[in-house]
Design a protein around this ligand. Structure first.
Ligand code: AMP
Ligand code: GLY
Length: 416
């Protein structure tokens, strides 16, 4: 089978690795990919989405797997265009990918279907947003894609007002509404579900660490590490999540006359009154994918193909027992900025852990160097959380580059 994955980061590196570990060998392609992913999949070099669809048709691609979200809502939508071209796509159509692309769409969906989520006000200008700052702490969310940076959890009013000015006056993320949302308290969990029309399968849960520094200090990032295990949530909690959140979401999509095929990521807050939805993402999490996918067993390629065709077969995959821990190494300046061009050393000395490249490129001497905010994910597994954590830190420490930032409490904080 010929499979093309869209995206270029650590999640896509992990997805392509998992596809390559399916029992049969498949021809793997990636768009746009990265120098590191190019060692396992052929990069497709085309100008944009319409050209990609033409390329897939001409080259007989059997399955398209959506890694990152951007193409799902670009132009007519990756999945919509694949469908017109007769190419099965594991990734949702543009109409329902709004669950991620538009936070107001998601909030209205949650409310309409009675799914637990924080109370909110949708504000169209700075004055409205400032008037809605009636309690602290408060959460402000830009309604659009902002690479994980459009959300501010504010404890003080002047901080909240400054964020409102950045987003609604200076328009640092472009045009869009601002959601002012009640702040929920509790641990977070990421739930991944394969949704295929009216069928679904809940995958291994994970937890990510969004703040840049230890003890959840500093600004939010795309994710500085992740922990995954079937033991992460008790069966009773998973049942509650399934009944109160996953089932009503799957049914809500159908009630709205839409269909969803692909990974659906539920970002949940486990509050004292029960789990509540913080966000939906129409893809796998990053860096959660890097932690979860090494635990996947079975035939992922056939699973994704069948599910993309409307035939979800849960028995085709299983998840290993134990724990998986992913540590992100980020570049200097992240998340406010990122520094490119710092040469990475020690990659070849890592053993007993997987390395997924999030933001690297090869320089003219063939060495990998930083090329983005999140640079590398080092992932290790163990029978226990402590074992996985130790392995991940030992292996990750072998990698260095100037300005490297790495949290030291991944897999520890929230557990001890
Ligand atoms: P989002 O992009 O909506 O996932 O938000 C990013 C992060 O902001 C979440 O992972 C939470 O850590 C935090 N957050 C978002 N919404 C809330 C909320 N209502 N209450 C508390 N924290 C939140
Ligand atoms: N781990 C957060 C995200 O993928 O959005």
């Amino acid at each position: 089978m010929k499979i093309l994955v869209t995206g270029k980061g650590g999640r896509e590196h992990a997805l392509i690795t998992a596809l390559s570990e399916s029992p049969q060998k498949h021809d793997l392609f990636v768009y746009p990919g990265s120098d590191a992913i190019a060692t396992m999949a052929t990069r497709v070099d085309v100008a944009g989405l319409p050209e990609l669809i033409t390329w897939m048709t001409q080259n007989g691609i059997d399955l398209c797997v959506a890694g990152e979200e951007a193409l799902l809502v670009k132009d007519t939508g990756l999945s919509n265009l694949c469908s017109e071209a007769g190419i099965p796509c594991w990734g949702p159509r543009k109409e329902i990918a709004q669950l991620e692309a538009s936070k107001t769409f998601a909030k209205k969906f949650l409310k309409r279907h009675g799914i637990p989520t924080a109370d909110f006000t949708i504000c169209t200008n700075a004055a409205e947003a400032k008037a809605a700052l009636t309690e602290m702490p408060i959460v402000l969310k830009f309604d659009g894609l902002a690479a994980g940076k459009g959300v501010a959890v504010c404890t003080a009013k002047d901080e909240a007002e400054a964020f409102v000015d950045e987003v609604m006056e200076k328009r640092c993320f472009g045009a869009g509404d601002l959601l002012v949302e009640k702040c929920l308290i509790g641990p977070e969990i990421s739930i991944f579900v394969s949704v295929c029309d009216e069928s679904y399968q809940i995958l291994m849960p994970a937890r990510d660490y969004k703040r840049i520094r230890d003890n959840d200090q500093g600004p939010n990032t795309g994710g500085m590490g992740a922990v995954a295990s079937l033991e992460l949530a008790e069966p009773e909690l998973m049942q509650r999540i399934e009944h109160e959140i996953v089932q009503p979401t799957v049914q809500g999509i159908l009630k709205d006359g839409l269909k969803y095929r692909g990974f659906l990521y539920f970002g949940l807050m486990l509050t004292s009154t029960g789990p509540q939805v913080i966000e939906y993402n129409c893809r796998f999490g990053d860096p959660e994918a890097e932690a979860v996918l090494p635990m996947l067993r079975g035939d992922f390629a056939t699973y994704a193909l069948e599910a993309a065709k409307g035939n979800l077969q849960p028995d085709l995959i299983q998840f290993a027992p134990g724990w998986s821990i992913c540590l992100i190494s980020a570049s200097a300046g992240y998340p406010a900025s990122s520094r490119n061009g710092d040469v990475i050393s020690g990659l070849e000395t890592v053993s007993g852990a997987r390395i997924y490249h999030c933001g690297t490129k090869r320089n003219s001497s063939g060495q990998f160097e930083t090329n983005g905010g999140r640079v590398l994910a080092v992932v290790a597994q163990g029978a226990t959380r402590v074992e996985a954590r130790e392995k991940a830190y030992v292996e990750s420490a072998k990698i260095t580059f100037d300005g490297l930032q790495r949290r030291s409490d991944i897999g520890k904080m929230h557990f001890e």
